[in-house]
Design a protein around this ligand. Sequence first.
Ligand SMILES: [Zn+2]
Length: 224
Amino acid sequence: MLSAHQLLGLDPSHLEAVGAQQLERRCAKAFVAMQAAALADGIDLQLASGWRSFERQLAIFNGKASGQRPLQDRHGQACDPLAMSDADLLDAILAWSALPGTSRHHWGTDLDLYDANALPAAQLKLEPWEYQQGGPNFALSQWLNRHMSAYGFYRPYQQALGGVAPEPWHLSYAPVSAHLLNQFDLSLLEHTLSHSDIKLKASILAQLPGLVEQYCYRIAAPPQ
Ligand SMILES: [Zn+2]
């Protein structure tokens, strides 16, 4: 359904604008319908992130690896990239931020959501406590629990499975995304990363199939 280049965030031709963000066309339609239903219930469902390019993901990854962006380990503890082994640094980055070329945000089928009635975008941190009881996005999270499946959405990162940390804000549009991992082109990913200026390149390329298995494939099963 998507080309190998679209899966890696290298080709935006399958997207449609939704506000300032972009989403895959069928996902965009479903999101807009869900957004209208949420608004009728007093929740202003907004996109913190929709589609993201390979280059954007590379900037996020390199920013964390170099200490230019804040870095937390998978338990939410702040850490210093210059004081860590390559293995620990890679896990801290990949627990929260995908390896460029493997982000589900490259597909346009995945989105990060918040309630603009509860807090402005500038205050949003995308941390789990914000979506738990007492947090500003708790009502949104409860609303999604009840209604998202009617619009085709589910949470791929819902329990700690040893890959990406649980992300209650991250939804995926299952009718399009459910089968995309089967189409994933590991050799094109390897080629693209080896020609990029990614930090930790040697470590990454030496264990690429294992990284993809751990951080891309260890997700909650999509609804049947
Ligand atoms: Zn996300």
